[in-house]
Every structure is written in C-alpha cells, then in structure tokens.
Design a protein. Structure first.
Length: 232
C-alpha cells in the first residue's frame, strides 16, 4: 500500500517542527504495527515537502521500514534530491513530474532515485516509457509506473508491465472501470491478467465518456492558516 505523510495538516512550512514530524511518525508506526512486515508500505511526499522537512522525515521514519520514499521533493532540482537520497538507506522513488528519457537520465546518473515512476500519459507514451525502462535496467533500477488515472492509462501501463524485465509494481486509480464497455479482469492475489484484445485491450463506452464532458474547474488558492501567506 501507499500513504502520505499523515498529520493534522499538510506540510507547507519550510522547516516543520518536532510536533509535525512526530505526528507523521506516530501514524506511520501505527500502520506498520497493524499490518506487520508482511505488507509493503510506501510513503508518498507528493513533492509538497520542503527539503529541510524531508531531511527530518526520512530519518525519523527509517525505523519503521517504509517500502520507499516517493517524491520527497519536486524533481526540478535533481542535485537536492540526490543529496537527500544519500542520507538514508530507504530507496527514493520519483518520476511523475519527469519527462522523456532525458529527464530520467539525470535522475539515474546522479543517483537521485533507485525506483523510477514514469507516467505513460506524460513521459512520451508506451514507446518512450519502454526506452526509459531499458535505461533504468542498466542502473538496476526497477520501474513502478505512476498511474492514479483512468482505464486508458491503466491498460497502457499494463502492456508496459508485461514487456519489461525490471517491472516492480503498478499503482491503480479509483476510476478504472467507469468508462469501459466491459471491465478489466479483476486483481487476484495481487496480480492482474494482461488484457489480450486489440490495441490496449479495452473498449471505451462513448456515451459514458460524453457524460464526463463539462466546463473545467479552476484550482483554488491555498494559504498558510497561521499567517495568511500563499502556499503551493
């Protein structure tokens, strides 16, 4: 499973204090105690944590053996991500904000992450993702495709998973069946059969798709509740 750094509020300050760090660790520790070592639990920082806070969290969480730290910071400054990766034995994972083989080359060369998470929608499609997987194989880096999306993304990601030797795990979204004429094969014992029909192996229900069409919604602003300053 995968969770976020859970606390009473999101991490938006440049350096969070012991209270915030302690809340995150306490909740992750409770999850580990409940499920034991037989369940792999990744923790996704969503690129929303500042490096100063990320540095504190990755060390504080180590005793509870996260599966990986995902997007400990945004992947815009790879050198900072690489420096944080060297501070812990827990693997770093990143990729949903990285594009094309050239972006992933820098991640691999600088050791900024040991697990790559390219998204087939953003990183150049099936062909480019397969190239990225080949590059990652030379660095012994597994691929865990980013996919909190709909059925087309899932079907394309499944095809990638089936044809690369360094596939690790595939995440899935909550809306994988809503637009399909027929549902995908269900997950059984942690595995999903690969669709074998033409193309991606799925058929979109056009009527369901048109029901989704509407006006775009704007992102609302966010502010620090303590001082009213703008936060990302």
């Amino acid at each position: 499973m995968k969770v976020g750094p859970s606390a009473a509020r999101k991490a938006f300050k440049y350096t969070e204090g012991n209270k915030f760090v302690g809340e995150v660790v306490e909740r992750f520790a409770a999850l580990r105690e409940k499920h034991g070592d037989g369940v792999d639990i990744g923790i996704d920082f969503h690129g929303a944590v500042q490096p100063t806070t990320a540095s504190l969290l990755i060390k504080a969480l180590e005793p509870y053996n996260p599966w990986f730290h995902e997007e400990i910071i945004q992947a815009l400054n790879v050198d900072v991500m690489a420096a944080l990766a060297k501070k812990t034995h827990i693997p770093n994972a990143t990729g949903e904000r990285v594009f094309l083989k050239w972006g992933f080359r820098e991640i691999l060369e600088k050791g900024a992450a040991m697990i790559l998470q390219p998204d087939v929608n953003y990183t150049g499609g099936i062909t480019e993702l397969k190239v990225i997987a080949g590059m990652a194989e030379a660095y012994y880096a597994p691929i865990a495709p980013h996919n909190p999306n709909g059925p087309c993304s899932l079907a394309a990601s499944l095809q990638i998973a089936a044809c690369i030797p360094n596939f690790m795990v595939l995440e899935r979204g909550d809306r994988e069946h809503e637009l399909l004429a027929e549902p995908l094969p269900p997950v059984r014992d942690g595995y999903r059969p690969i669709p074998t029909g033409p193309g991606l192996g799925i058929t979109i229900d056009e009527n369901k798709l048109m029901d989704e069409v509407g006006e775009p919604k704007e992102y609302g602003p966010q502010y620090d509740p303590d001082d009213g300053s703008v936060v990302d």
